[in-house]
Design a protein around this ligand. Structure first.
Ligand code: ZN
Length: 485
């Protein structure tokens, strides 16, 4: 069964892919991870809440059946490790998240945990052992709604978040600190020490994840839009994840009056200011968008007056632009400020522009993209080079210095929605479906990840890794067991 394709990556037997896919099907079924999804209501599996803990438990249980080594870090992220031939080689890291937004879908995140597990199952089926360990991560609380914070688990593991994140409270008013204690699955009585350790690491901006011992990281994820469907491709290889500028609140204050009264030149409708503002912002966005990558929207517009014969004295709007080009984001940020002032200068009244949030674009590792494209080509899979408009856990890894890539899977575009679906085929769990393609790509990559421009083999000594693992995981959490043995 260890076929000839082995030299150029690894072509998993069709039968074995099918076995892997049956595991994916079972994990995504209403008996398992689909248990919390409910028809029109969708899935509301919020980060660090009981449902997420239960979902992590279900996957770990499955991992145990597969004979994988199971670990949990002090941010309650879970890791399922498939031991490779040489356990001292840098690890290949895959995985994604199991939490969802409120009334979201089953497949955002979940697919990225299930696909590599299905690939491991397929490899085991043919007795194939990868040259290095493969770790499947379950990052906790990727979605923002519960703590108003994106990528909490991966952000703490890579020390990208400040210590103050532990004080953030969720929708029920419970702090992240307390949620973490509830989420720790094992080892009673060590919670205080764990929290203290996490706090120290965050303060020192020192990742709890032994990033120096990770060769590459790859995240599989459903696409948030429908670019792949439109281009009739199964898988997207992402070159960059868009950054954004977000103005949660731009408020216009004008004067109320009868819609039929007065002279037009004297009118101070807040809505006139809003119109002028939006017009200027949109025309600038369209101008930039004609030359550079840019998407923009006004996600929120509100005014308290519901009387259609009275002009509003107050209107609030939110604005967001996303781009892989930092200069395009700079330009949009300054346009919003200028357009707000121009609108007020033209129509009178006042404007308050609330604080802007900004995240920078993240560029994925070029060499890992190239390796993935090579594997896909050899397997005869159709891929598409694209940018991603949504944030993902994998950004944290790339920002922490791990050579990382993001692979998107074809999708209808109904994401963060109860209507979210897996892909467009009638049966997604057959070898020639998009999920089948993802499983084959993952399996091939596990067997021959190749060397990236940032592979750290040799840059970290075994001793250093040993000490680091002991320091980080103590006796109970040795992420790389061979190193602490
Ligand atoms: Zn996601």
């Amino acid at each position: 069964m260890l076929a000839a394709g082995r030299i150029e990556g690894h072509r998993v037997d069709e039968e074995s892919v099918l076995t892997g896919l049956s595991l994916a099907k079972e994990l995504l079924s209403p008996k398992k991870l689909g248990r919390h999804a409910d028809g029109k209501q969708g899935l509301s599996r919020l980060g660090y809440e009981a449902q997420e803990c239960e979902a992590v438990g279900m996957v770990l249980e499955q991992g145990e059946k597969l004979g994988l080594e199971l670990y949990e870090d002090v941010a309650a992220n879970a890791f399922l490790v498939f031991p490779g031939k040489d356990r001292h080689k840098p690890v290949l890291l895959m995985g994604s998240h199991l939490d969802s937004v409120k009334q979201g879908g089953l497949y955002d995140g979940t697919t990225g945990v299930v696909v590599p597990l299905a690939a491991i199952k397929a490899l085991q089926e043919e007795g194939a052992v990868p040259p290095q360990d493969v770790a499947v991560a379950i990052w906790r609380c990727e979605e923002s709604p519960n703590f108003k914070q994106f990528g909490v688990g991966s952000g703490m593991a890579t020390a990208a978040l400040p210590t103050s994140v532990l004080e953030k409270t969720n929708l029920k008013g419970v702090s992240l600190k307390d949620s973490l204690v509830q989420a720790y699955s094992s080892s009673k009585g060590r919670h205080d020490a764990d929290l203290l350790f996490l706090e120290e690491r965050l303060k020192a901006r020192d990742p709890i994840l032994p990033v120096g011992h990770i060769a590459h990281a790859v995240e599989f994820h459903i696409e948030q839009a429908d670019t792949l469907r439109r281009n009739d491709k199964s898988l997207g290889i992402v070159s960059a994840i868009r950054g954004n500028v977000r103005f949660p609140s731009v408020e216009f204050f004008g004067k109320s009056q009868h819609t039929g009264g007065g002279f037009q030149g004297d009118r101070q409708d807040a809505s006139l200011m809003l119109g002028a503002f939006m017009g200027q912002v949109m025309s600038q966005a369209e101008k930039i968008g004609a030359k550079k990558d840019l998407v923009h929207s006004f996600p929120l517009i509100g005014q308290p007056n519901d009387n259609s014969t009275t002009t509003p004295n107050y209107v609030a709007v939110a604005f967001e632009a996303r781009s892989v080009d930092a200069k395009a984001l700079d330009k949009m940020a300054s346009t919003v400020e200028a357009a707000a002032n121009n609108a007020v200068a033209k129509h009178g009244g006042e404007v308050t522009v609330g604080p802007m949030n900004r995240t920078e674009p993240v560029f994925m590792d070029v060499s890992v993209q190239k390796l993935l494209r090579g594997h896909a080509r050899r397997l005869g899979l159709s891929t598409y080079d694209m940018v991603s408009g949504a944030g993902h856990d994998i950004m944290r890894l790339q920002n922490a210095g791990v050579a990382s890539a993001l692979v998107l899977m074809r999708h209808s575009g109904k994401s963060h929605n109860p209507m979210e679906d897996l892909c467009l085929q009638k049966d997604p769990f057959v070898p020639d479906s998009d999920v089948g393609a993802a499983v084959r790509l993952a399996a091939s990559f596990m067997m021959k990840p190749g060397a990236s421009s940032r592979t750290r083999e040799g840059s970290f000594t075994k001793e250093l890794c040993e000490n680091r693992a002991r320091e980080i995981f103590g006796e109970r959490h040795s992420f790389f067991p061979s190193l602490v043995a």
